[in-house]
Design a protein around this ligand. Structure first.
Ligand code: PEP
Length: 251
């Protein structure tokens, strides 16, 4: 039985003061919420403050990116050790915005995934096709390449410690959501690929989130599909009431 996981990707939003206020809004409903795993991923600058606010709650902390090295001459980067120091449990890797604007390849994502796991962080590894790729009938080949490339060389234990997020690029921040049938089809494909890479029994244990304009109005239907094990939420994670509603829709 896979426990559902709902994560908020705050992206480049929230000053420290705003982040504290958002967490204060989440805590009354989610601090003791156990049915679903809840994660918030603030920008780096708010991680320390949010970490302090989350002490003693059931809400986990995640980051939105990291470098693969422990330390060194990488101006502007943040290491896995630094995230661990702030009690991060999760880190989003290979988000389509990182792939598009910062030219992250599957090889780079794979390096980061391995580094995260070696530091005891759970990577949330994002994959997804563009609209152009979908219209060209390339969903299966794009997803297969991303999943195989981003997760190459992991052990069964490591893949079970990872979360995959299927985020069709055309649905991110656009208000267009994949239908539950479209999303389920790709989630089942991802699980099939994991079965081939690892073992079908291992693949059954891996959690696969859907991301792309998930909101309270569509969350329950998406989250009721057999291979959708949670959500990675952008816009709707910036307001306490909508994020709480999505977390509850996952029960
Ligand atoms: C995301 O960027 O991970 C995301 C799913 O964004 P939104 O919910 O705003 O589409």
């Amino acid at each position: 039985m896979r426990k559902k996981i709902v994560a908020g990707n705050w992206k480049m939003n929230m000053t420290v003061a705003e982040a504290k206020a958002l967490v204060a809004g989440l805590k009354p409903e989610l601090a003791n919420f156990r049915e679903v795993e809840v994660v918030v991923c603030p920008p780096f600058t708010a991680l320390a403050a949010v970490s302090a606010e989350l002490q003693g709650t059931n809400i986990d902390l995640g980051a939105q990116n990291m470098h693969w090295e422990k330390s060194g001459a990488y101006t502007g980067e943040v290491s896995p050790e630094m995230l661990r120091e702030l009690f991060c449990h999760y880190v989003i890797l290979g988000h389509s915005e990182r792939r598009t604007y910062f030219h992250e390849t599957d090889e780079i994502v794979n390096r980061k995934v391995k580094a995260a796991l070696s530091w005891g962080l759970h990577p949330i590894v994002c994959v997804g096709e563009t609209l152009q790729q979908r219209e060209a009938g390339e969903v299966e080949s794009v997803i297969t390449t991303q999943v195989r490339g981003s997760l190459a060389g992991l052990s069964p234990r490591e893949i079970l410690d990872s979360v995959i997020a299927y985020e069709p690029v055309w649905a991110i921040g656009t208000g267009k959501t994949a239908t539950s049938a479209q999303a389920q089809e790709v989630h089942a494909l991802i699980r099939k690929i994991l079965g081939q890479m690892f073992d079908p029994a291992v693949a059954q244990g891996v959690r696969i989130q859907y991301g792309g304009s998930m909101k309270p109005a569509n969350a329950r239907e998406l989250l009721s599909m057999p291979d959708i094990d949670g959500g990675l939420i952008g816009g709707a994670a910036l307001k306490a009431d909508s994020f709480i509603a999505i977390a509850k829709a996952a029960i």
